[in-house]
Design a protein around this ligand. Structure first.
Ligand SMILES: Cc1cc2nc3c(=O)[nH]c(=O)nc-3n(C[C@H](O)[C@H](O)[C@H](O)COP(=O)(O)OP(=O)(O)OC[C@H]3O[C@@H](n4cnc5c(N)ncnc54)[C@H](O)[C@@H]3O)c2cc1C
Length: 469
C-alpha cells in the first residue's frame, strides 16, 4: 500500500488541473479516474474520414496569459488553434431563420430581433427599481430589468446554449453572479457595472490581453491529456473507481476498485473532483446534509450530434459561431454550432461539420429518444434552418446521461453546506463544475487555485517544487 501527499479523485479538467497544480508545488499526487481516459466531459475523437469531433465542450475562451504559460509548460501551446474571427458572429433563430446578434449600438437599433418597444424597454433598464429578493430565476430577473422580449429571445437561448439550462429554473444569483451583484450594488445592471469598474483596482497601462477562443490540434482532449502526462503514467490510475472515503488520524483512507480488485490508498489530502452525485455517495457518512444538498443538484441528459456535409449540400454560408434557438421558436435542437467555420481542420477538405445540442433542462425528453429518432430530428432541423440537402456524409451521436449541473434556486445554500463539509474536515477539498462556474477555463483555474490555497494554508506539508515544472 503506497501513501501519497494527495489523491485527486476524478480526471476531468477540474481534477487534472488540481493534480497538475499540486504536482507543480512538489506534492506526491495520485490521480484516479473511473473511465479509461482522462478529460471527463472533454472527449475528442478523430474519425477515419478525417473529422475531429469534440463530444463535450467544443471551444474555450480565455485571455489569461498565465494559461498560455501553462500551455507552454505542458508543451501544447503550439498545438492551440485559435478559432476563426467569424466566431464573433453569433446568430439567434427568428421565425425559422438565423439572425445576427447585434454587437454594436447601431446594430442594436437595426436588429429585427427586438421590436421598437422592446428596444426602448432595454434603454429604460437604469430606471427600473431594484428588488430585494434573495434570489430569482434568470427569466424573471431579465424580464423585470430589460423586458420580456429580450429575456425570451436572447437570454433564453443563451442559458440553454451555455448551461443546457432552463431560464425559468436557473438561479440568477448562482449562474450570473456578476450581473446579480451589479443590480444589488448599483440598483440597476448598468449603474452596478459602472460602479464595479470604478472600484476595481486600476490595471497597469499597456497592451490589454485579447480574448482567444480556441481548441487544439486533434481536439480539446489534448489539454487534459497533456496535464495527465505531466503527472507521469505511474501517478495516473485509469479504470479506477473511488468507492469509499474514511478519515484517519491526520489523513484519509480511500477504497478504490482498480481493474476489478479492491485496494486501499492512504493519503494526507484528498481532492474530490467527481460529479456532485458521486461526491454525495463518498461523503454520506461524513456529512449527511452535504450529501443531501449535492444530490439535489439536477443533471439533465443531453445528446450531442455531429453532422458532416459536403460544403455544396448546405445553402447557408455558416459565417459565424452558430445559431441558438429560443424556446418560442419551438425547435427540437437547443442550438447548432458551425464547428468547421470555427476550426477549419475539424472537417476534411470540401466538407463542413456542425455540432447540435439536444435535450438539457429545457427539453430533456428529446435526449431520451433513440439514436435514429435523434438523427432524423437533427437532420430535419438542418434542412429547415440551414438549407442542408440530402443525407449527411458523417453522423455521430454522443449521449450524456447526466450532462451539465444546473444552478437552480437554492444552489447558493447547497454550496454553503458543501463549505461546511470542507471546514469540518481539513485535508478534504471538493472542486467541480457545479461550484463557481462550469466553463472549462473556470474549472481549470479552480483546480490550479486549489493548489495555491493548500500551500498558503499549510495543508500541504513542505515539498520541493519539481524541477520538471
Ligand atoms: C455536452 C457539453 C458541452 C459543453 N460545452 C462547453 C463549451 O463549449 N465550453 C466550455 O467551457 N464548457 C463546456 N461544457 C462544460 C464543461 O465541459 C464541463 O463543465 C467541465 O468539463 C467539467 O469538468 P469536471 O472535471 O468538473 O467534471 P467532469 O468532466 O464530469 O469529470 C468528472 C470525472 O470524474 C470521473 N468519475 C466519476 N465517478 C468516479 C469515481 N467514483 N471514481 C473515480 N472517478 C470518477 C469521471 O469519469 C470524470 O472523468 C460542456 C459540457 C458538456 C457536457
Amino acid at each position: 500500500m503506497t501513501s501519497y501527499d494527495c489523491v485527486v479523485v476524478g480526471g476531468g479538467i477540474s481534477g487534472v488541473s488540481a493534480a497538475y497544480g499540486l504536482r507543480r508545488k512538489g506534492a506526491n499526487v495520485l490521480l484516479i479516474d473511473a473511465a479509461d481516459h482522462v478529460g471527463g466531459a472533454i472527449h475528442s475523437i478523430r474519425t477515419p474520414d478525417g473529422y475531429t469531433l469534440d463530444c463535450g465542450p467544443n471551444t474555450v475562451v480565455s485571455k489569461d496569459v498565465e494559461l498560455w504559460k501553462q500551455f507552454s509548460d505542458l508543451g501544447i501551446m503550439d498545438e492551440r488553434l485559435a478559432a476563426d474571427r467569424k466566431g464573433g458572429r453569433r446568430f439567434i433563430l427568428l421565425d425559422g431563420k438565423p439572425e445576427l446578434i447585434p454587437m454594436s449600438p447601431v446594430g442594436l437599433v437595426k436588429t429585427p430581433l427586438l421590436s421598437t418597444l422592446a428596444k426602448l424597454r432595454v434603454l429604460a433598464e437604469p430606471l427600473i427599481p431594484r428588488t430585494h429578493l434573495p434570489d430569482e430565476s434568470v427569466s424573471s430577473f431579465f424580464s423585470r430589468r430589460v423586458g420580456r422580449q429580450l429575456a425570451d429571445r436572447l437570454v433564453d437561448p443563451f442559458v440553454a446554449g451555455v448551461y443546457a439550462g432552463n431560464p425559468k429554473t436557473t438561479s440568477i444569483r448562482s449562474a450570473f453572479p456578476t450581473i446579480w451583484e451589479a443590480e444589488q450594488r448599483g440598483g440597476s445592471i448598468v449603474r452596478g457595472m459602472i460602479m464595479g469598474r470604478t472600484k476595481a483596482p486600476k490595471k497597469p497601462k499597456g497592451e490589454k490581453p485579447k480574448s482567444v477562443m480556441f481548441n487544439f490540434n486533434g481536439g480539446l482532449a489534448a489539454w487534459p491529456q497533456a496535464a495527465a502526462r505531466a503527472l507521469g503514467s505511474d501517478n495516473v490510475w485509469l479504470n479506477t473507481r473511488a468507492c469509499a472515503l474514511r478519515p484517519l488520524d491526520g489523513g484519509w483512507e480511500l477504497t478504490v476498485e482498480r481493474n476489478g480488485q479492491t485496494e486501499l490508498v492512504i493519503t494526507d489530502m484528498v481532492v474530490l473532483a467527481v460529479p456532485a452525485y458521486v461526491v454525495a455517495d463518498l461523503v454520506e457518512g461524513l456529512h449527511a446534509p452535504a450529501a443531501k444538498a449535492l444530490r439535489a443538484i439536477p443533471y439533465p441528459p443531453m445528446a450531442v450530434v455531429h453532422l458532416g456535409y459536403k460544403r455544396s449540400a448546405v445553402t447557408h454560408p455558416l459565417d459565424g459561431f452558430g445559431v441558438l434557438c429560443p424556446s418560442g421558436e419551438g425547435r427540437k435542437v437547443l442550438g447548432i454550432l458551425w464547428t468547421s467555420t470555427l476550426i477549419p481542420s475539424s472537417a476534411p477538405a470540401g466538407h463542413v461539420l456542425t455540432t447540435s445540442f439536444v435535450g438539457g433542462a429545457r427539453i430533456p425528453e428529446t435526449a431520451r429518444q433513440s439514436d435514429s429518432d435523434i438523427i432524423d430530428m437533427v437532420v430535419k432541423e438542418h434542412e429547415e434552418i440551414l438549407g442542408a440537402r440530402g443525407t449527411p456524409a458523417m453522423v455521430r451521436v454522443t449521449r450524456w446521461q447526466k450532462a451539465i449541473p444546473q444552478y437552480t434556486a437554492g444552489h447558493e445554500q447547497r454550496v454553503a453546506t458543501l463549505n461546511e463539509l470542507e471546514a469540518g474536515y481539513p485535508g478534504l477539498f471538493v472542486v467541480g463544475n457545479y461550484r463557481d462556474g462550469l466553463s472549462v477555463s473556470q474549472c481549470w483555474n479552480k483546480g490550479i487555485g486549489l493548489a495555491d490555497q493548500v500551500v498558503r494554508q499549510g495543508t500541504l506539508r513542505q515539498c520541493t517544487p519539481t524541477s520538471a515544472f
